[in-house]
Write a protein that binds this ligand. Structure first.
Ligand SMILES: *[C@@H]1O[C@H](CO)[C@@H](O)[C@H](O)[C@H]1NC(C)=O
Ligand SMILES: *[C@@H]1O[C@H](CO)[C@@H](O)[C@H](O)[C@H]1NC(C)=O
Length: 459
């Protein structure tokens, strides 16, 4: 297998452009696509566990698409194969670029892509979500779906990352959920393969359960997430199922009806041994969890603790493996995924929508923003020309206030037939020009960096 992969990679590397990749090669490198059954992922009839790393050389704020450039991706796929991973998560891609060559090379290496659809210029503003939820924004999101839906190794799409990370930002939750709904409706309207769509949450103790339940509640199946993921840094070696928050989470999620996984893990407060991997793919977790992604492939930044996360250091075309690379590779190779069902639950009921309280400040109940009527054309005719990373952006191109309504009728038509309310009051004007959380990796890194500093101060 290794030999075949190496040959295939060499072939890809000598191919000048994606359109020149021979047809037989493309077909040979397709992977069984992943779908959701009950609370688990399946591929080719077997349960599928995510065994991956987060991958964004340059960081999200740098916004360099690592799979638009064949020399970048082939450089890194060599390392992915040494880690024996089956998934990478990418936070930002350029939806105007061609990804055939890298997606094919990834498939040849047995690697799926978990993809965030937001970019620094096209994302929901967690502090002032209404003006950022608009047709221009959705056009970018739908363009990303257009660019990736044909690849069999597109595993899933993230509709958002850590938008909800404080009481104040819980009011962005209905917007993120609306984006999930719109993406699912778009995939369905365009008759694409049912690529799973869900949200990647910040692991904030006082919000995580309401966030999970909110994304998986309500009568409109199209608005409920296909999976739920969160970024977990609670396991700092040496630790355990009981010593981290994992036991409490696994208990809470014992009846959760959709797949769960860790979209980031790998605490650096202490030296990483990646002991959590044995537990992640063990019997305490697999009934509800489908693996996760270690944070992160490349060392970013020049000051600790940000640079402690890297598995490798990249310099141009050369990659240096750091200590954690070998540690992670051993942890993976010592921990096969379980055979059989892993105790998953083939069916279950959606969650109950959380009620407003001192932590969860969603005042609109289970109502969601109404799909913008100007975006209806995309469902019918496709998203058109992708804006890429250099487009004019969308954060302030919508109206200051958005109508909310309940029921699935509001989603696809853009006109509400049910009673709708308008978010009123003191919405910021579109000209307010607030800075948004455009850099998910950085935002997360900062939170972690701060907690790491605190941890270090306490040591
Ligand atoms: C809760 O939401 C209301 C209505 O949007 C807002 O006025 C209030 O400031 C919010 N409270 C917090 C703590 O964010
Ligand atoms: C899960 O469902 C079972 C069977 O319906 C029930 O007995 C149990 O209390 C539920 N557990 C949780 C944590 O909700």
């Amino acid at each position: 297998m290794k030999g075949i992969n190496a040959i295939a990679l060499a072939l890809t590397a000598t191919t000048a452009s994606a359109s020149l990749v021979p047809h037989y090669f493309k077909r040979a490198s397709s992977l069984a696509s992943v779908s959701v059954q009950g609370n688990a992922f399946f591929a080719g009839g077997n349960r599928f566990y995510i065994r991956g790393v987060d991958y964004q050389p340059g960081g999200s704020s740098g916004a360099v698409d690592p799979i638009a450039d064949q020399s970048t991706c082939t450089r890194d796929i060599t390392e992915f194969q040494k880690l024996k991973i089956n998934t990478v998560r990418i936070y930002t891609v350029d939806n105007s670029q061609n990804h055939d060559a890298c997606m094919s090379a990834l498939a040849t290496a047995g690697i799926y892509l978990a993809l965030d659809v937001n970019t620094p210029k096209y994302s929901i503003n967690q502090d002032d979500p209404a003006p950022s939820y608009n047709a221009d924004y959705l056009q970018s999101v739908f363009s990303t779906i257009d660019a990736f839906h044909t690849y069999s190794n597109t595993l899933l799409f993230f509709s958002g990352n850590e938008d909800i990370n404080s009481v104040a930002t819980t009011s962005s939750a209905p917007y993120v959920k609306a984006v999930t709904r719109d993406m699912k409706n778009y995939i369905s309207a365009r008759k694409y393969r049912s690529i799973p769509v869900g949200y990647s949450a910040a692991d904030v103790d006082t919000l995580i359960y309401q966030t999970a339940d909110f994304m998986n509640c309500g009568d409109d199946a199209m608005a409920r997430s296909d999976f739920f993921a969160y970024n977990d840094y609670s396991w700092c070696d040496p630790s355990s199922f009981e010593g981290s928050t994992w036991q409490a989470k696994a208990t809470y999620f014992a009846n959760f009806s959709i797949p769960l996984f860790l979209s980031e893990y790998g605490c650096v407060k202490t030296t990483r041994q990646f002991q959590e991997i044995a537990t992640l793919y063990g019997p305490q977790m697999t009934p509800s969890y489908s693996g996760g992604l270690a944070y992160e492939y490349s060392r970013e930044g020049t000051a600790a603790p940000a640079d402690l996360y890297g598995l490798v250091e990249i310099n141009g075309n050369s990659v240096t493996e750091l200590t954690d690379f070998g540690t992670l590779a051993s942890a993976f190779s010592n921990t096969p995924s379980p055979t059989g069902s892993g105790g998953y639950r083939p069916s279950g009921s959606p969650a109950i929508c959380p009620t407003q309280d001192s932590n969860w400040n969603v005042t609109t109940g289970s109502e969601l923003p109404v799909f913008p009527s100007a975006a209806a054309t995309y469902l019918k005719n496709g998203a058109g020309t992708a804006p890429g990373l250099s487009g004019s952006g969308s954060q302030n191109s919508g109206p200051a206030s958005v109508a909310f309504a309940s029921g699935s009728s509001v989603a696809a038509t853009g006109t509400s037939t049910s009673t709708s309310t308008s978010t009123s009051g003191s919405k910021k004007s579109a000209a307010d020009g607030r800075v948004i959380d455009s850099a998910p990796v950085m935002a997360c890194g900062l939170v972690v960096a701060m907690s790491t500093l605190l941890g270090m101060a306490l040591l």
